[in-house]
Design a binder for this molecule. Structure first.
Ligand code: CTP
Ligand code: MG
Length: 227
């Protein structure tokens, strides 16, 4: 059940518009980055964290790791232009096989139960991702005109963590480099191998902090979890 986790944290948080990496914003006085790292720091099954960072953040992130006593970070790697590059740079420092999770630093509310379910599923099938059924009706739109309504019953909104056998994720990233494919998540690279990807039902509150209103939702989730 032991796993390593790659945490891409090398973005710039442009849509949040905070003027700095959104991972440095605080929830109840603790940086978002630390909330996320603590989940893995405290999980005995997690054997190591590979943190992918932007060179601009190197100093401040290092200070935070010391201040909040995050001891499981085995590697700080420099991320790339796209999230996919940041994950791949993390993958390059893993030399053993086993299970690797990829989890966005911007999702601080991940539950350890979901992590363990994903690891178990990836041990059996090689690839498993957290997702929730879509609640809204989704339409395909071109030039502000609806071109199609997609049947909702088969739609799932995908989150992280995503769990993989290391050899499968490595092959998927190498193939993506060869074919110049960029996906918005790691599973999409694995699907193209092809390799089947199993869904584990996650939680609607495992939100990704992306735009400013997400901070209000995040405060509410923090409060609810304390009740
Ligand atoms: N990320 C990364 N490397 C990149 C881009 C993103 O490691 N080149 C990370 C982010 O730090 C974040 C996660 O991937 O933890 C999900 O990305 P996203 O929510 O898009 O964050 P940002 O890219 O920082 O935000 P934006 O797209 O609004 O600039
Ligand atoms: Mg981004």
């Amino acid at each position: 059940m032991v796993y390593q986790v790659i945490i891409p944290a090398a973005g710039q948080g442009k849509r949040m518009g905070a003027g700095r990496n959104k991972l440095l914003l605080t929830l109840e006085n603790i940086p978002v980055l630390i909330h996320t790292l603590r989940v893995f720091e405290q999980d005995v099954e997690c054997s190591g964290i590979i943190l992918s960072i932007h060179p601009h953040d190197q100093e401040s992130f290092n200070e935070l790791l010391t201040e909040y006593r995050i001891n499981k970070v085995t590697n700080l790697v420099i991320g790339g232009k796209e999230r996919q590059d940041s994950v791949y740079n993390g993958l390059k420092v893993i030399h053993s096989d086993g299970i690797v999770l990829v989890h966005d630093a911007a999702r601080p509310f991940i539950r350890v139960d979901t992590i363990h379910e994903l690891v178990k599923a990836a041990e059996c099938s090689g690839a498993a991702i957290a997702a929730v059924p879509v609640k809204d009706t989704i339409k395909k739109v071109e030039s502000l005109l609806v071109s199609e309504t997609i049947e909702r019953s088969s739609l799932w909104a995908v989150q992280t963590p995503q769990a993989f056998r290391v050899s499968i994720l490595r092959k998927a990233h190498e193939r993506a480099v060869e074919t110049q494919f960029t996906g918005t998540d790691d599973a999409s690279l694995v699907e193209r191998l092809p390799h089947k990807v199993v869904i584990i039902e996650g939680d609607y509150d495992n939100i990704k902090l992306t735009t400013p209103e997400d901070l209000y939702f995040a405060e509410a989730i923090m409060k609810k979890r304390k009740d």
